[in-house]
Write a protein that binds this ligand. Structure first.
Ligand SMILES: C[S@@+](CC[C@H](N)C(=O)[O-])C[C@H]1O[C@@H](n2cnc3c(N)ncnc32)[C@H](O)[C@@H]1O
Length: 194
């Protein structure tokens, strides 16, 4: 029953061209949550709530705070979270993640919002990370454009690919973090406090 609802949310998002995490990406995060006994999660970029729901479903004592700035997506996420009865576990916030301050410390911060702002999200929210915590960032391959910008003639796409490339370089230089780039889904960065 729960699986059916989650599947429906996923298919609906894909049909409506709402960008959601790839299957391999969410499988990796779910395994990470299980293996590392993650209980508190902060997500930047909820879209319609798909990944927040998948993460919350790992265990009943997991809490997810997730932020979405698009009103329509926020409303749909609210509806999806209600339909699957996860209101107690998922705190959905309608805001621009760069304009709000979220209290508390998290075991896992999942950055999955505007790619051009990744560095800003990382800097802003690293103060919300527990010492043993991890920041996971999605879409580092950006559909292959990061490695092969010649795949597109679109200037904006190329610019975004360059920004992501710069972000990856910057991440690797951060002395407080050990970052591993994984060729999973659309490319994940796993940054752990040293
Ligand atoms: C890739 S989607 C999130 C997908 C979702 N994590 C999933 O896998 O189901 C990115 C979302 O981030 C939102 N977003 C972009 N910039 C944001 C910001 N500054 N604050 C909050 N949300 C933002 C977009 O509106 C979009 O819905």
């Amino acid at each position: 029953m729960t699986n059916d609802i989650v599947n429906k949310i996923k298919l609906n998002a894909l049909e409506n061209k709402i960008p959601i995490i790839k299957d391999e990406g969410i499988s990796f995060i779910i395994s990470y949550i299980k293996q590392n006994n993650v209980k508190n999660i902060l997500e930047i970029g909820s879209a319609v709530g798909y990944s927040a729901i998948e993460m919350a479903l790992v265990d009943t004592d997991i809490k997810v705070v997730t932020i979405e700035k698009d009103e329509e997506r926020y409303k749909e996420a609210l509806n999806n979270i209600k339909n699957i009865s996860l209101e107690e576990q998922i705190d959905l916030i309608y805001a621009d993640a760069l304009d709000v301050d979220i209290p508390g410390k998290f075991d896992l911060i999942f950055i999955d919002a505007a790619k051009a702002q990744y560095k800003k999200f990382f800097i802003k929210y690293s103060s919300n990370l527990k010492k043993s915590g991890v920041i996971i960032t999605d879409n580092l391959k950006f559909h292959g454009f990061v490695e092969n910008p010649e795949l597109t003639n679109n200037r904006n796409t190329r610019q975004l690919a360059r920004k992501i490339r710069e972000f990856v370089c910057w991440l690797k230089e951060q002395e407080l973090y050990e970052t591993t780039i994984l060729d999973i889904g659309d490319g994940l960065a796993v940054s752990k406090r040293k």
